[in-house]
Design a protein around this ligand. Structure first.
Ligand SMILES: *Cc1c(COP(=O)(O)O)cnc(C)c1O
Length: 368
């Protein structure tokens, strides 16, 4: 094996990020400094939304957003079982129950009709996920008349059909900046909202419940330490400046993959943009052909020096959710069928056309 291993993901980090971090270190102002609000306003401006609050992770952003729309003990929140586990976990943090509903077989996002059927008198919010960067049908969910929290952790750069950026419709939306996301600060997140009261509550609760006008030992509500540091914010500011280039690279790679993987029998490719919605490319996830064994495929690709990953497993079938809520196979057949076959392929801005060809050739060989 003399060929280099192709990783699943790799952050794009340049000299500007290095310089920005060094500048913060030299300033000695490592947290609660000027880079946090600078990152927030640049992010809000980029999306075209009134407010943004930087937080320590996308998960922290979901948690604070759910609290901000009033989710608490015993409430039900309707959400997608086809997501990273964080979106359901954040509901459990507030002692509310995640109520799953099945997904659309094409977009893989929460199906509005299935979600409507899952709403009860105890439902206090909806938590749709823009999975794999594809816009969830937020306009349909808006018609439910319930508060919405958007999991936009995978969807930076996506747009709804009406031209509004994902995360800019006004509902609290949480973005994640872990190292594999479209923009990274190592760990980190951002909540966008059009509501100044929600912004104020989130800013307080991310900082131990401190009111902005209070002396620093007085707290008027329960809060957390969900702050983002100035070091991380400085990286975020630079990453935002190169976001267009990084998104374009991902879009180009997706097109190359589509071409290189065309004609493999039974292979499912990510859906094309529908009806004016625009994906913000995050991962390139295929569905292995029905006759192929997905987990064996991962092993075979690994032997060829190519990382890949089952992505994503259904949340309701994870041990914790089975044991705590009694979930079983067969509840959400679309999600379960998609999850059983889904496979994420290497996908990152610096990936070369040659690497796309190598992955595609390997996949073709494995299936034939
Ligand atoms: C990454 C991700 C999160 C969580 O983000 P963290 O920053 O890792 O906490 C939540 N939901 C989805 C769908 C994600 O992909």
């Amino acid at each position: 094996m003399n060929e280099e291993i192709i990783p699943l993901a790799r952050p794009f980090i340049g000299e500007a990020e290095e310089a920005a971090v060094v500048a913060v270190l030299r300033s000695r102002h490592l947290s609660l400094g000027p880079r946090v609000p600078a990152f927030e306003s640049a992010f809000a401006q980029r999306l075209g939304v009134a407010h943004a609050s930087a937080v320590s992770s996308g998960t922290a952003g979901l948690h604070l957003s759910l609290r901000a729309v009033g989710v608490s003990d015993g409430d039900e929140v309707v959400t997608s079982p086809f997501s990273f586990v964080a979106s359901a976990n954040a509901i459990v943090y507030e002692r509310a129950t995640p109520v799953f509903a099945d997904i659309d077989p094409v977009t893989l996002n929460l199906d509005p009709q299935a979600a409507a059927a899952a709403v009860t008198d105890a439902t206090t919010a909806l938590l749709p996920v823009h999975i794999f960067g594809y816009p969830a049908d937020i306009p349909a969910f808006e018609r439910f008349g319930l508060p919405i929290v958007e999991d936009a952790c995978e969807a930076l750069g996506a747009f709804h059909a009406d031209g509004v950026a994902v995360g800019a419709r006004g509902h609290p939306a949480s973005f994640g900046f872990y190292a594999n996301k479209q923009l990274t600060t190592g760990e980190g997140g951002m909540i966008t909202t059009s509501d100044p009261a929600i912004k104020a509550r989130i800013d307080s609760e991310r900082n131990q419940g401190r009111a902005p006008d209070m002396g620093w030992l007085d707290h008027d509500r329960l809060g957390f330490n969900y702050r983002l540091s100035d070091l991380a914010s400085a990286i975020g500011i630079v990453q935002l400046e190169r976001l267009d280039a990084m998104l374009e690279a991902r879009t180009r790679l997706a097109a190359l993959y589509r071409e290189a993987l065309a004609g493999i029998e039974g292979l499912t490719l990510p859906c094309e943009d529908q009806g004016g919605d625009r994906r913000g490319w995050f991962v390139f996830v295929v569905g292995v052909p029905p006759q192929a064994d997905r987990d064996e495929t991962v092993g075979k690709l690994a032997k060829l020096g190519i990382q890949s990953k089952p992505y994503l497993p259904a949340i309701h079938l994870m041990s914790y959710y089975r044991e705590r809520y009694g979930h079983r196979e067969g509840e959400f057949p679309v999600c379960e069928a998609v999850a059983a076959r889904s496979l994420a392929l290497p996908f990152f801005p610096e990936m070369t056309e040659g690497q796309v060809d190598r992955v595609s050739g390997a996949l073709r060989a494995v299936f034939e």
